[in-house]
Ligand binder design. Structure first.
Ligand code: IMP
Length: 425
C-alpha cells in the first residue's frame, strides 16, 4: 500500500496536476490538503483541457474518491462553478466521487475584499497574491473566528457568525482602509444558494482516510503551490499562507506521518515564480523570454506572466530535505529542446562568500548571486519519446547530473502536457 505525498519542489506551477492525474489510475483516494482556489492545476487528456482550482486532480483517470481535506480553504461559490465545469466536461457522477471535509474553512467574500485592499495598501511591498482571499481566510482560521464547511449546514448559527465577523471587518474597511462596507444580507443569500448545491458532499473526511489506511488502500496527497512558498520554510513574507510541505499534508488531511510511504517532489527542468519575492536564478534576458514562450508560462489562475530562470539545484536540494523526498518527477523537459546551452545553479555567492545552502533570511536570498554550470543543449524534439534510454544523450547527461547532485532519482520525466507524453522509469 502506498501513501504518497505529491509536493511542489519550487515556487508552484511545477506540473503537479499532470502527475497526480497520471498516478491516480492506481490509487483509491486523492486528497487536496492545503491552499484554495489560488491553485490552478491544468489537466490535458483525450482532447480535453481543464484547470482545477479546488477539486483534486484525480477525477479523470480511474475512479478514485477525491477529497478536499480539512487544510484547504474553500470558496463555496468558486467550488459550485468548478463542479459544474467538471460535470459539463465529462460524464462523472461527482456525488459518488467527491468528499469535502466538514472541518475545512470557508472563504467568504469579505476575505477576498480584505486580500485585495491589504495588497493595495502595501504599495510597492505587495506580495502579489492571487487575490482569492487565501491569507485572510487562514487568518480567520487561526484567530478562531473562521467558519467551517460543517457550519454551512446550520443556517441560523451561520448567519449569526457572519454578521458578527462582518461588523468587525466593515469597521476595518471603513476606518482603516477607507473602503466601502459590505452587505451581510447579500452575502448570506449567496452562501445559502451555494450551500444548497454542495451540502451533500460535506462529511468527516479524516475518518474516511483513517479507515482507508486501516484497509491498506493506496492514497495520494496532492499539494498545491510549492515548498518555497511555504509559510514557514519559504521566502517569507513572499509566501502563501499555508504549508505545502510534507507536514502540511498530515495536518491538512488527518493522515499520520508514519502512514506516509513516499514523498514525490515535482520540479520543472527550469524555474518559474509568479508574484513578488526573491528568485536567485531569474533571467531578464532572451533566455528567460524563451522559457516563458516555450513553456507557455502564464498563471493558470490569474493569467499573469510567470518569471522564468534556470534550474536552481541548491533550492531543489533544500526542498528535497524539507520534505524527505525519496522520488522526483522532472516536468517540462521539452521546453529546453531548442536551447543551445542550458545552465543550472550549483552554488550561490552571498556577500563575496560561496555558500551551498538556501538561506532562511529572505534579505539574504535577495542578495544571492547564482553560480552556474553549463550544459550543451540537445536541440531535438523529446515529445514523443517514451523511454529514458531513447532521450538524446545531452538530455540524459543533464538529468543524471541533477540526480547525482540531489541524490534522488527521477522516477518520472514529463516531455509534454498530455498523459502519454511521459517517461516512467
Ligand atoms: P496567495 O496564495 O494568493 O496569498 O499568494 C501568495 C503568493 O503565492 C503569491 O506570490 C502568489 O503568486 C503565489 N501563489 C499562490 N498560489 C500559487 C500557485 O498555485 N502557483 C504559483 N504561485 C502561487
Amino acid at each position: 500500500m502506498a501513501v504518497r505525498i505529491i509536493i511542489g519542489a519550487q515556487w508552484g506551477d511545477e506540473g503537479k496536476g499532470k502527475i497526480v492525474d497520471l498516478l491516480s489510475a492506481e490509487t483509491d483516494y486523492v486528497v487536496r490538503y492545503q491552499g484554495g482556489a489560488n491553485a490552478g492545476h491544468t489537466l490535458k487528456f483525450d482532447d480535453k483541457t481543464i484547470v482545477l482550482h479546488l477539486i483534486p486532480s484525480g477525477m479523470f483517470n480511474g475512479d478514485s474518491k477525491c477529497i478536499i481535506g480539512n487544510g484547504v480553504v474553500i470558496d463555496p461559490i468558486a467550488l459550485v462553478k468548478e463542479i459544474k465545469e467538471v460535470e459539463e466536461l465529462v460524464d462523472i457522477d461527482l456525488k459518488e466521487r467527491l468528499y469535502i471535509s466538514d472541518s475545512a474553512h470557508v472563504i467568504l467574500p469579505y476575505h477576498k475584499v480584505l486580500d485585495q485592499v491589504k495588497e493595495k495598501s502595501r504599495g510597492s511591498d505587495a506580495i502579489g497574491t492571487t487575490g482569492r482571499g487565501i491569507g485572510p481566510a487562514y487568518v480567520s482560521k487561526v484567530s478562531r473566528i473562521g467558519i467551517r464547511m460543517g457550519d454551512l449546514l446550520n443556517e441560523e448559527a451561520l448567519e449569526e457568525k457572519i454578521r458578527k465577523n462582518l461588523a468587525d471587518i466593515n469597521n476595518a474597511l471603513k476606518h482603516v482602509y477607507g473602503e466601502p462596507e459590505l452587505d451581510a444580507d447579500n452575502m448570506i443569500k449567496e452562501l445559502k444558494s451555494a450551500t444548497d448545491s454542495i451540502k451533500g458532499y460535506i462529511c468527516n473526511t479524516t475518518q474516511i482516510l483513517h479507515e482507508a489506511i486501516e484497509e491498506k488502500k493506496p492514497i495520494l496527497l496532492e499539494g498545491a503551490q510549492g515548498s518555497l512558498l511555504d509559510v514557514d520554510h519559504g521566502t517569507y513574507p513572499y509566501v502563501t499562507s499555508s504549508s505545502p510541505t510534507a507536514g502540511g499534508a498530515c495536518t491538512g488531511s488527518g493522515v499520520p506521518p508514519l502512514a506516509i510511504t513516499h514523498s514525490l517532489g515535482i520540479t520543472k527542468a527550469y524555474c518559474t515564480r509568479v508574484g513578488n519575492g526573491p528568485f536567485p536564478t531569474e533571467l531578464d534576458d532572451d533566455a528567460g523570454e524563451k522559457l516563458r514562450k516555450n513553456g507557455q508560462e502564464f498563471g493558470a489562475t490569474t493569467g499573469r506572466p510567470r518569471r522564468c530562470g534556470w534550474l536552481d539545484l541548491i533550492a531543489l536540494k533544500y526542498a528535497v530535505r524539507l520534505n524527505g523526498m525519496n522520488e522526483l518527477a522532472l516536468t517540462k523537459l521539452d521546453v529546453l529542446d531548442d536551447f543551445k546551452t542550458i545552465k543550472v545553479c550549483t552554488q550561490y555567492e552571498l556577500d563575496g562568500k560561496k555558500i551551498n545552502h538556501f538561506p532562511s533570511d529572505t534579505e539574504d536570498v535577495e542578495r544571492l548571486k547564482p553560480i552556474y554550470k553549463s550544459f550543451p543543449g540537445w536541440e531535438s524534439v523529446t515529445r514523443d519519446i517514451s523511454s529514458f534510454d531513447d532521450l538524446p544523450e545531452n538530455a540524459r547527461t543533464y538529468i543524471k547530473f541533477i540526480e547525482e547532485f540531489i541524490g534522488v532519482k527521477f522516477t518520472i520525466v514529463s516531455t509534454g502536457p498530455k498523459r502519454n507524453e511521459t517517461i516512467v522509469r
